[in-house]
Structure formats: C-alpha cells, structure tokens
Ligand binder design. Structure first.
Ligand code: ADP
Ligand code: ADP
Length: 225
C-alpha cells in the first residue's frame, strides 16, 4: 500500500487558491518528482504532505496516521522522527559546525552525543563531505553545504524525505552529484522521496513524475494515455 497519501486537498491564502483538490500518493522507496510552473502549488502541496501546514480541507494519511487529524505538537513530533527535509538553500545552523549540524536531529531524537557524532561522521563520509565536518556552513561552498544538508536530512533514517528544489542553487555538476547521492541513499534505506522541482533534468532521477497545475495534480503518464 501507499506510505503517504492525500485526497482532495484545498488551501487558500486569502483569496488566492494554492491547492484546488490535489491528490497524491507515494510508496516506500519510491522517488516522485513533483513538477509544474512557478506558483502552481508545488510547495504548498509539499508543506501539506509534510504536516507543516494544514489544508483548509482534504486528508493526508501517513501509514496508520491521519496526519490532518493530528494537532501541531503531534505533527511536529512525527516530522522529527519520520520525515527529513532538504530545501533549496541548505538552511544549516550557521553557529554550528557541519558535523554538529548533522548530529543535531539525532540529538533531538534522544541519541547520545558520542553516538550522534559517530553517525553524523558516517553520513558526511557517505555524502563525500567528511573533510568539512569541523567547519561552519559560512566557510564552505554551496555544493558542499547542500551535501551536508542532505546528510542531515538522512541521518535520522526518515521514512519520507521532502526535497524542495534541492539543487536549485547549484551548478549542474554539483546538482547531479547531490541528486545521485540523495536518491541512492533513499533507495538503500527504502525511504520515499517527494522531490519538488521545475527542471526536467532533476525529474530524471525519479521513478514517477506528477505535474501540479492550478493546484491540481496530473499524473504525467495518465496524460499521455
Ligand atoms: P509553487 O511551489 O508551485 O511555486 P506555491 O505553493 O509556492 O507554488 O504557491 C501557490 C500559490 O499560492 C501562488 O499563487 C503563491 O503566490 C501563493 N502562496 C504560497 N504561499 C503563500 C503564502 N504564505 N502567502 C500567500 N500566498 C502564498
Ligand atoms: P517556491 O519557488 O518553492 O514556490 P517561493 O519563493 O514561491 O518558493 O516561496 C518561498 C516561501 O514564501 C514559501 O514558504 C511560500 O509559502 C512563501 N510564499 C510564496 N508565495 C508567497 C506570497 N505570495 N506571499 C507570501 N508568502 C509567499
């Protein structure tokens, strides 16, 4: 069955409709690219699926949980243990070293410091940025920063990874490397990836593409049949 699914999502910002009956589903280990023009509702869909915002109507289910029925505290607890996030600009904590940034979500989930740092070091190695572990985000390149952000997103072994234009700020070589590392690691851990992008080059890393238009979701394949 599906790991995460949504039905009939509606969301307005004032009078502006962002989602207008959006449906979605993803299986464990699946990488789904969410495409569509700017302003079509991709980010709003991602934020609803991840329980960051609540839709005006419609339901989001995650495993046995009705995500849209949980309160803010319950949703943020679930996000911390089960979801990982990568955004366009890594959003690392500038005061912490890269190693501490990756260890942070593990610490928040109750892992002891030594063990958290050991695991963080492994993820930095896996993402090929172990050499910057002692440096702060302001001292490294954009491509390195994004790899550290991916390491941080993967460190808690999330069941779902939400990536919103994860390579938008990178040149194509760095972008492709980050996407390869992200999707390989996700497949190895059977994590699902919701990959929001407006670039077809990025969507090539997915198993399935959907298109958001005017707040509704169209299956790419269904459109061709
Ligand atoms: P996309 O990610 O495809 O660019 P968004 O989900 O960001 O689309 O936006 C969908 C629509 O909702 C757009 O018209 C956008 O301007 C509007 N919107 C998104 N977030 C907000 C917000 N926080 N406040 C007001 N309008 C918003
Ligand atoms: P994206 O390219 O992913 O759609 P945006 O740059 O549109 O991202 O939006 C970045 C942030 O600003 C998001 O958190 C979104 O919800 C918010 N936002 C988008 N459009 C508006 C808007 N018209 N008014 C206020 N906030 C907005």
């Amino acid at each position: 069955g599906s790991l995460l699914s949504a039905e009939g999502l509606h969301k307005k910002y004032g009078a502006t409709p962002a989602l207008d009956g959006a449906d979605f589903s993803i299986h464990p280990g699946e990488v789904v690219a969410v495409m569509g023009p700017s302003g079509s509702g991709k980010s709003t869909l991602l934020h609803c699926l991840a329980g960051i915002i609540r839709p005006d109507s419609g339901t989001v289910r995650y495993g046995p949980h009705l995500l849209t029925g949980l309160n803010d505290a319950q949703r943020s607890a679930l996000r911390r243990t089960d979801f990982g996030f990568v955004f366009q600009f890594g959003q690392l904590v500038p005061e912490l070293t890269c190693l501490e940034n990756v260890a942070l979500p593990l610490r928040l989930n109750g892992t002891k410091r030594k063990e958290a740092e050991r695991q963080a070091r492994e993820w930095l190695e896996r993402l090929e940025v172990d050499t910057v572990g002692g440096q702060r985000p302001g001292e490294i390149s954009g491509g390195q920063g994004q790899r550290v952000a991916v390491a941080r997103a993967l460190a808690t072994r999330p069941r779902v990874i939400f990536a919103d234009e994860p390579t938008g700020a990178l040149d194509s070589l760095n972008g492709e490397r980050v996407l390869t590392l992200l999707t390989d690691a996700a497949r190895d851990t059977s994590a699902a990836v919701v990959l929001v992008t407006h670039e077809s080059r990025v969507a090539a890393y997915s198993d399935r593409e959907i298109v958001v238009r005017d707040g509704r979701v169209k299956d790419m394949l269904a459109g061709l049949i």
